[in-house]
Design a protein around this ligand. Structure first.
Ligand SMILES: Nc1nc2c(c(=O)[nH]1)N[C@H]1C(S)=C(S)[C@@H](COP(=O)(O)OP(=O)(O)OC[C@H]3O[C@@H](n4cnc5c(=O)[nH]c(N)nc54)[C@H](O)[C@@H]3O)O[C@H]1N2
Ligand SMILES: Nc1nc2c(c(=O)[nH]1)N[C@H]1C(S)=C(S)[C@@H](COP(=O)(O)OP(=O)(O)OC[C@H]3O[C@@H](n4cnc5c(=O)[nH]c(N)nc54)[C@H](O)[C@@H]3O)O[C@H]1N2
Ligand SMILES: [Mo]
Length: 765
């Protein structure tokens, strides 16, 4: 028997719009208990201001001409969480063994507050004990010097790291002799970084924020801006008000994509009205995007042929295709051979729906496609990205005003970290640049990405890891493999602001190094410092913290990297102390290695900074063919080995109250979930088919594909009847990460298939 919403504790249908009063209330709740109020308000006013700090929340760019703070609920949460007055000081660690802390939730661990002192693990007492910075660096240096093969050490980076810190870090690692750069990007937009260079010669988006003022249609595919890029809603709202069609492909009905009330708009707030966002919302099946994209292109080619038969000009940009691309005929043949029945079966959408979407695409002169993890975190993530590029290229929608491709990056500087050298596959230009600027020849062998790093650790081939931020073990799939692997290491060093589960997976020697956050003042020998970051649209700008540091012991990430480097490399060619004294000197070196950063210091002195060159934005294609390439992918299937007709496809998703593995709270307001995360979203028709009802307790188990032993299970979850595509289900990251084996990833990019896990669901035993 179906239960009503309110009979299931913590599950209710959310009737409001995204943003609005709900958002203001949520910010007030988030602020409560974290920091003293007067300073809060002043802090929030400085986020994303020309002379303040960059919001640690997301990588959506700032409008050029804002004078007032651009309100964002989740940015406020991110800032509050960092600027909290709570502290995880040595007394805290004295009170708790790691065995005790292991039982704490991810939320509780970080909620202990900011780390204040360098700490080293003491196995005898099972506690972290304070240690001096000098002693910490000396121990790390001694151990790192002891490895004969530098390729047995892994160096992880999370995307909040500034350009300056990331540049010093890759410089240290390369002088040490390794290219092992597992990176949060490997779990995120790697499919973009691998796919787009082959298509258009650059692994980044081609649009600027201004392009949104000029576009005639927006396609929003596989991302949830209401939660993950809230400031983007203002842009979508403006477009919507201009009458621009916004077409969404997403298995779940996401409130932020349906309608949005701007918290800064007094009229919308007072009347409780909201601007509709999506003009059409297609609930594509999880993993069905290649089918949709091929379907849209097939429909477009058919409509084009019909238009030409009618004596018209056709719908393709033939001049562009001829002058700027290769591979059109092969693409057309691929689409010709694909049956509509296959497209419909795999997308879960009707031919008529897909043709209608193609019509919107064809009717618009200038189209922007935005996308996120719903596209990249699949076994065919790279193909997904390349089919998006194909669709845009057919009508010349890349490299002109109001049109282009717009990957929504995750962490606030994940793109910048890549730009300044965090990559396991160093280019010739990067290696030559380092040699030119620093006088040593870095290793040119291929290093490890995130999956390879964990495989090497699990196999005992890698012995040590340094983590510049993040929560690697929890962010990766397969805790069953990853957790014991991390515990088997000889050395683990974590540079962090807050305590998390990765820090509890102790190696023989484990060291925690507390660092300054984005919001805090960074003073070095040469005075007050700024760092720089690059957003999703290749805009590089300065960020300068304003708050008093959480502890006098904290050091900046550049200073910590330099400390480790000096302790590890007795004959270093780099003047670490000099660079850390004045970050402008680091930027001079970045410029020396990467000529794209010419006049770096000068150009960040301007409010808003500058845009890095994106050759594809002006139709210069840095591909092997010198053209933009239409690229094929076989079939439309996510994973031909997986499943069987009855398997459901599970996507792991973020709630509104989390930042990746950081869980601010247990609510997911727009999806109507309160006070819990142990839920699985299922279509009512699937529930009926399975003999289940809303609110039932179930076990989720993986099927087929996973060759490595017994099925993986997530037990005791509550099913929530939800507007999600039939055959698709969703559960929260990171709780559901145990369902995904480490070897389930996109072979072209190494991105784990977090969004397409074949599962079955049955009543809990
Ligand atoms: N507040 C907040 N902001 C964040 C983050 C956060 O955790 N919290 N994380 C940051 C980071 S690192 C990142 S990478 C971004 C992530 O931002 P998003 O890309 O929005 O990430 P997800 O929450 O994983 O959501 C992906 C969306 O894809 C949909 N989806 C799932 N499977 C499919 C599919 O097969 N096809 C399609 N078309 N859609 C699918 C889901 O329903 C969901 O709406 O946000 C960044 N910003
Ligand atoms: N199932 C599933 N798994 C996923 C995903 C998914 O969609 N589904 N998404 C993947 C994606 S897109 C990403 S990007 C990864 C995220 O993976 P990570 O980037 O590794 O994880 P975060 O949760 O962002 O890291 C949180 C920790 O960063 C530290 N931190 C915060 N601010 C700072 C700072 O300023 N400096 C330093 N040094 N440390 C800081 C804090 O200690 C905090 O505990 O997760 C991936 N994992
Ligand atoms: Mo991400």
């Amino acid at each position: 028997m179906a239960k009503h919403d309110d009979e299931v504790p913590g599950v209710k249908t959310y009737e409001g719009s995204a943003g609005g009063w709900g958002a203001l209330g949520a910010v007030a709740r988030a602020l409560k208990g974290q920091m003293a109020i007067a300073e809060d308000v002043r802090t929030l006013m400085r986020v994303n201001q020309p002379w303040g700090f960059d919001c640690p929340g997301c990588a959506w760019p700032d409008p050029k001409h804002t004078s007032s703070f651009e309100f964002c609920e989740n940015g406020a949460k991110a800032v509050t969480w960092e600027a909290t007055s709570k502290r995880a000081a040595p007394e805290f660690f004295a009170e708790h063994t790691l065995a005790q802390l292991w039982e704490w939730s991810d939320h509780a661990l970080e909620d202990a507050g900011r780390l204040t002192h360098p700490m080293a693990y003491d196995r005898a007492s099972d506690r972290y004990l304070p240690i001096s910075w000098d002693e910490a660096f000396a121990r790390i240096g001694a151990l790192l010097r002891g490895y004969k093969d530098p390729a047995t050490v892994e160096f992880y980076t999370s995307g909040r790291t500034s350009n300056e810190a990331a540049f010093l870090y890759q410089l240290f690692v390369r002088e040490y002799g390794s290219n092992n750069f597992p990176d949060c990007s490997n779990m995120c937009h790697e499919a973009t970084s691998v796919g787009l260079p082959q298509s258009i010669g650059v692994g980044k988006g081609t649009v600027t924020l201004e392009d949104f003022d000029h576009c005639d249609a927006i396609f929003s595919i596989g991302h949830n801006p209401g939660t993950n890029h809230p400031r983007m809603l203002s842009t979508l709202r403006e477009a919507s008000r201009r009458g621009v069609p916004i077409v969404v492909f997403n298995p779940l009905k996401e409130r932020g994509l349906e309608r949005f009330a701007a918290p800064q708009d007094p009229v919308e707030m007072l009347t409780l009205s909201a601007t509709p966002i999506a003009t059409t919302y297609y609930q594509v099946k999880v993993g069905g995007d290649v089918a949709v994209l091929k379907g849209m292109m097939k429909a477009l080619l058919a409509a084009d042929a019909a238009a030409i038969a009618d004596g018209g000009e056709g719908l393709l940009d033939r001049e562009f295709i001829a002058a700027h691309t290769t591979g059109f005929e092969a693409l057309a043949a691929d689409l010709e051979a694909l049956a509509w029945s296959t497209i419909q079966a795999h997308s879960g959408l009707s031919r008529a729906d897909i043709e209608a979407a193609a019509q919107v695409y064809a009717a618009a002169k200038r189209v922007i496609v935005c996308y996120g993890m719903g596209i990249t975190q699949h076994r065919h993530g790279t193909s997904n990205v390349q089919q998006l590029a194909n669709l845009l290229l057919l009508r010349g929608n890349i490299g002109r005003e109001g049109a282009g491709i717009c990957p929504l990056r995750g962490h606030s500087n994940v793109q910048g970290d890549r730009t300044v050298g965090i990559t396991e596959i160093p280019s010739r230009a990067l290696l030559d640049g380092i040699e030119r600027a620093f006088g040593f020849a870095p290793p040119d062998s291929r290093g490890h990405n995130a999956v390879e790093a964990l495989q090497a650790i699990a196999a005992g081939r890698s012995k040590a890891i340094i983590c510049l931020g993040g929560n690697l073990a929890v962010a990766m799939p397969d805790p069953q493999t990853v957790f014991p692997a991390m515990r088997g290491l000889e050395l683990a060093v974590h540079v962090a602001t807050k305590l998390n589960r990765s820090h509890l997976l102790t190696a023989r020697e484990s060291i925690l190094l507390p660092c300054l956050g984005r919001t805090e003042r960074d003073v070095q020998a040469g005075g007050r410092q700024s760092v720089t970051v690059e957003d999703s649209m290749s805009m590089v700008h300065a960020s300068r913290g304003t708050l008093k540091p959480a502890s006098e012991q904290l050091r900046s990430e550049p200073a910590i990297v330099a400390g480790i480097a000096q302790a590890t490399l007795p004959e270093t060619k780099v003047d670490w102390a000099g660079l850390v004294a004045d970050y402008a000197l680091i930027r001079d070196k970045i410029e020396a290695v990467f000529p794209d950063f010419h006049r770096f210091n000068e150009r960040i002195a301007v409010p808003g900074g500058f845009r890095l060159d994106v050759p594809a934005s002006r139709r210069e294609w840095r591909t092997a063919s010198g053209k933009a390439n239409f690229l094929l992918c076989a079939g439309v299937e996510e994973d031909p080995r997986a499943g069987g007709a009855d398997a459901l496809r599970l996507a792991t998703i973020r709630s509104h109250d989390q930042y990746n593995t950081t869980i601010y709270g247990l609510d997911d307001r727009y999806r109507g979930i309160a006070g819990r995360r142990d839920v699985v979203f299922v279509n009512p028709r699937d529930l009926q088919r399975l003999g289940l009802a809303h609110g039932d307790l179930v076990d989720v188990e993986t099927v087929a594909a996973h060759a490595d032993g017994p099925p993986r299970a997530l037990r005791g979850q509550t099913v929530v009847a939800y507007e999600i595509a039939p055959g698709s289900v969703a559960a929260y990251y990171p709780e559901a990460n145990g369902l995904l084996a480490l070897d389930q990833y996109d072979e072209r990019s190494g991105t784990p298939a977090y969004k397409s896990i074949p599962v079955s669901i049955r009543r809990a035993r």
